[in-house]
Design a binder for this molecule. Structure first.
Ligand code: FES
Length: 140
């Protein structure tokens, strides 16, 4: 794999928790890799399987969904539905011969700025090891 490979990673972040945690990380001046593009969503329950697969098809090397802690979703069970969808996408990727580790889901609270930065580092390291997505057709 090329040493120059810089993964493109999309993070779908719930505005009540992960997005707020990203803000907190910024306020705390915690750095995280610029590889991660954060997309604010109203709840992880809004994420559909097709959003994740489309992101990969469009060139994301990795995608993760970050929602509220279990039991804390503002829409009761959005994060539980999101977990099931992410698991489904992982299964689908496996069947297609694509590493399921390219997709992940995390739960965090708005107070977890340092954890947000840590996750961004974790995912960037993980995807860097996996290399570019094999399905890249366009640039995100
Ligand atoms: Fe945050 Fe549902 S409101 S995951």
């Amino acid at each position: 794999m090329s040493e120059d490979f810089e993964p493109k990673i999309l993070a779908f972040c719930c505005k009540y928790c992960a997005y707020a945690a990203a803000d907190l990380a910024g306020s705390m001046r915690l750095s995280y890799p610029p590889n991660v593009k954060v997309i604010q969503i109203p709840c992880t329950g809004r994420i559909d399987i097709v959003h994740i697969l489309k992101a990969i098809e469009d060139g994301a090397d990795g995608v993760y969904v970050a929602g509220c802690m279990e039991g804390d979703c503002h829409f009761v069970s959005g994060n539980l539905r999101a977990r099931k969808r992410v698991e489904y996408v992982k299964k689908t990727l496996t069947e297609l011969g694509i590493e399921p580790e390219r997709v992940e889901i995390y739960n965090l609270s708005s107070a977890m700025g340092p954890r947000f930065a840590e996750i961004a580092h974790e995912m960037t390291d993980r995807i860097r090891k996996l290399g570019p997505t094999p399905v890249k057709t366009r640039t995100v």
